[in-house]
Ligand binder design. Structure first.
Ligand code: KG4
Ligand code: ZN
Length: 364
């Protein structure tokens, strides 16, 4: 079965072709540049850019692979959570294409895409596993027992980790998205210059908090700026930025490692999966690799391009649901707020309670 995957939930426009027998045939991702001047995603601009890019990208991808739309067997698109206008572009496009070609389509939960993305790798993890899902909008510890059976056992009570990276970058005048820029500067910095807080690690439980770290970045940077005024050396300014990035990154990594250790010990899980954009961070991967070795658990992560938003994970998750007999009728689904723990295993009848939960937010 050849599945077209479509992702437009935020500022990446992405298309992918996943074949249930042959695996991933190809994929394209375009990261929107129009938000750079604003330091964050502007929803209306994101929707307009998806409209501009989606069809040409699909044409290019099919052309690259020597395929035509008639070769497709199904369409999987991200239905939420995300920006409603951006979601509607992918949902309207995907569902209409499926209808015109007489194909089944399936509405995919973006976080399910992230959770299952290691399925695209050569040696995917068996279920059950514990997933650390760290993205721009979510920081979750999830128990994954089977497709559609997800239990959130810990989460950030305020900022997501990716958001903390992005806000740190903004405070220091770096580019957007900030995560990769902060990570690159951190490699040149001295992580022992200050000790940034490791939030909520001395409290029991698996919940987290990252908004305080951002305030720490702000006050540290203000102190540095005050001292820079008495110096004319430009290197001091750059060194201060690199040191802040290194201290910040180390605090984030240590906090996540402590929470993962606790979650693995409490749940007895033998496999740990890192998912979401911040999963591309090398320091985080190294910290979790040391933990996994110490606890003798398997560690799995997608290649960096499948940690950040992409359509390959959406095509893959959609294919798994379609193979289990799930598809939608004429409905076009866009659910800006959608609880991943409310998902069901494919093919299971939904209870009215689930249906009510699924329809929180706007459902079109
Ligand atoms: O999963 P993702 O692409 O989009 C969401 O679903 O949110 O995650 C994007 C987030 C952004 O906050 C970005 O700054 C962060 O992932 N990110 C990173 C790295 N690459 C992306 N954070 C730290 N280190 C990285 N190498
Ligand atoms: Zn994402």
């Amino acid at each position: 079965m050849l599945v077209l995957g479509i992702e437009t939930s935020c500022d990446e426009t992405a298309v992918a072709l996943y074949d249930s027998q042959r695996g991933l045939l190809g994929e394209l991702v375009y990261t929107q540049q129009i938000h750079a001047d604003y330091g964050g995603v502007v929803p209306e601009l994101a929707s307009r850019d998806h409209v501009r890019k989606l069809l040409p990208m699909l044409k290019d991808l099919l052309g690259e692979k020597g395929l035509v739309v008639d070769d497709l067997d199904a369409v999987a698109y991200t239905a939420g959570p995300g920006l409603v206008g951006a979601l509607l572009v992918g949902a309207g496009f995907g569902r209409s294409l499926a209808w015109a070609l007489g194909l089944p389509s399936v509405a995919v939960h973006h976080l399910e895409g992230h959770l299952l993305a290691t399925g695209l790798e050569v040696s995917p993890p068996e279920m059950p596993f514990l997933a650390l899902l760290v993205s721009g909008g979510h920081t979750l510890l999830v128990r994954v027992d089977a497709i559609g059976e997800y239990e959130i056992i810990g989460q950030s009570l305020d900022d997501a980790v990716g958001e903390a990276f992005d806000k740190t970058a903004k405070l220091l005048g770096l580019g957007y998205p900030g995560g990769p820029e902060v990570a690159a500067l951190a490699r040149q910095g001295d992580a022992s210059r200050w000790r940034f807080p490791r939030p909520m690690v001395d409290r029991p439980g698996l919940d987290m908090s990252f908004s305080g770290l951002k305030t720490f970045v702000l006050t540290t940077w203000r102190d540095c700026e005050a001292q820079q005024r008495s110096s004319t050396r430009r290197e001091d300014r750059n060194r201060d930025k690199a040191d802040i990035c290194a201290c910040f990154e180390q605090a984030v990594v240590e906090t996540l490692v402590i929470k993962c250790r606790r979650a693995l010990q409490q749940s007895g899980m033998q496999r740990l999966v890192i998912a979401g954009g911040v999963g591309a961070n090398q320091a985080l991967r190294a910290g979790l690799a040391r933990l996994a070795e110490e606890l003798d658990v398997g560690l799995f992560y997608p290649q960096p391009g499948f940690c950040t938003d992409n359509a390959a994970m959406i095509a893959f998750a959609g294919a798994r649901r379609l193979q289990a007999g799930e598809f939608e009728e004429t409905r076009i689904a866009a659910r800006p707020r959608w609880d991943v723990a409310a998902l069901q295993a494919p093919g299971k009848p939904r209870t009215s309670a689930d249906t009510n939960r699924l329809q929180v937010g706007s459902s079109v």
